[in-house]
Design a binder for this molecule. Structure first.
Ligand code: PLP
Length: 384
């Protein structure tokens, strides 16, 4: 979280029924609308985790017994499918493993043979566990080629505000995200964007429940009903500041910054890996996320490195997620680097240099010179 955003949240609690509050909420609604590249999609902002966003998407569009197709490229697509299943929706998971993107031909073949049972295609743009970045425009195109009418629902938890996303151009019907990643705001706000088509599906959706129903929330009978409970006032102050920062930098520049910093990270890891077991999980650069990089250390030194960075140098790396079963010896082979939201060159170069110190300290074999490769990427991208 940027310092300015922390300060924005640090205010006395205001009366959420006061005249001040509608101004704050409306600014936040307009702000989040401005980063979605859509002329017509509506957004529902609510106190929730991303998991609540998953449930909202299903609740408003599907009924028990409906079938959804879930192209999966990591842990999180499975997570969304589990929620759907728990709500009585039938899920057909098309699993592309942990190191690949969605095979569009397989999706096309399945949709082409469908007799109208599949009501939605639900997938994840950036799967935070594998670090894959799936091409949502290409998936939309593939769906269109089959002429299938399924809703297109996308989880952008890890990619929103970091990687290009275009709701209208990509024909996305429901997009879910949260406050805590690219939006730099404390965890606790969910966002669900929905198209007219998704809103029409709500008319018949039998999974719909009172709290998750987006229609009375985005169009409340009276103001208090927007949140249908005590409003998350402090989060909204933070969100407003985040949106100001994104607006000042410019969304395209924000995406570009993430792309450059990602290339710097890959340059370091790809180089370190030329003489040792370190590997970026996704080989193809075109499939790598601009917000999170999943790494393979080839041995339990993955956990050792992560622990060294945290305890000796104050750098928190992510655990490997969904790569090996909990308790299995391989669980320690994986770790992840988050580079989303409030990140710049000095933070990333600092993190990479810390990791290099850690590689030396835990004796994880690697080629020296990774930092220089990362520095070159940043210098090349920023030369006047
Ligand atoms: N989807 C993706 C891609 C995520 O990365 C996460 C969390 O990291 C979630 C969904 C779930 O979000 P939450 O942890 O807020 O429930």
């Amino acid at each position: 979280m940027p310092e300015a955003l922390r300060r924005a949240c640090d205010i006395p609690t205001i009366d959420h029924r006061s005249q001040v509050f509608p101004g704050i909420l409306n600014a936040a609604r307009t702000g989040v609308q401005s980063v979605i590249k859509s002329a017509s999609a509506e957004v529902f902002i609510f106190p929730s985790t991303g998991t609540g966003g998953w449930e909202t998407a299903i609740s408003n569009t599907l009924s028990p017994g409906d079938l959804v197709l879930v192209p999966a490229t990591g842990r999180f697509a499975h997570g969304w499918a589990e929620i759907a299943k728990a709500m009585g929706v039938e899920t057909e998971i098309m699993d592309f493993g942990l190191r690949d993107t969605i095979d569009l031909d397989r999706v096309k073949a399945r949709l082409s043979e469908d007799d109208g049972r599949i009501k939605a295609v639900m997938t994840v743009q950036t799967d935070t566990s594998t670090g894959v970045r799936n091409d949502m425009a290409a998936l939309r195109h593939a769906i269109d080629e089959t002429g299938h009418d399924a809703l297109f629902m996308v989880d952008c938890m890890a990619s929103f505000g970091c990687d290009r996303f275009e709701m209208d151009a990509w024909g996305v019907d429901v997009m879910i995200t949260g406050s805590q990643k690219g939006l730099m705001t404390p965890p606790g706000l969910g966002f669900v964007y929905f198209s007219d088509k998704a809103d029409r599906a709500r008319e018949t959706a039998q999974c719909l429940t009172h709290y998750w129903d987006w229609r009375p929330r985005v169009d409340p009978p009276y103001f208090y009903k927007y949140f249908d409970g005590t409003a998350p006032t402090h989060h909204l102050y933070g969100l407003d500041e985040a949106l100001n920062m994104i607006g000042e930098e410019g969304l395209d520049t924000v995406w570009h910054r993430h792309a450059v910093l990602s290339r710097a990270i890959w340059a370091a890891f790809d180089h370190w890996g030329t003489d040792g077991p370190l590997e970026v999980n996704m080989h193809d650069h075109a499939l790598r996320s601009h917000s999170v990089t999943a790494l393979r250390a080839g041995s339990a030194k993955g956990t050792k490195l992560r622990q060294w960075c945290e305890t000796k140098a104050g750098l928190t790396l992510g655990i490997g997620l969904g790569m090996a079963d909990d308790g299995a010896p391989e669980w320690d082979h994986f770790f992840r680097l988050g580079h989303m939201g409030h990140v710049n060159a000095q933070m990333i170069l600092g993190a990479l240099a810390t990791i290099e110190a850690g590689l030396i300290a835990v004796d994880l074999p690697h080629a020296s010179g990774g930092i220089e490769r990362a520095a070159e990427v940043i210098a090349d991208a920023t030369r006047d």
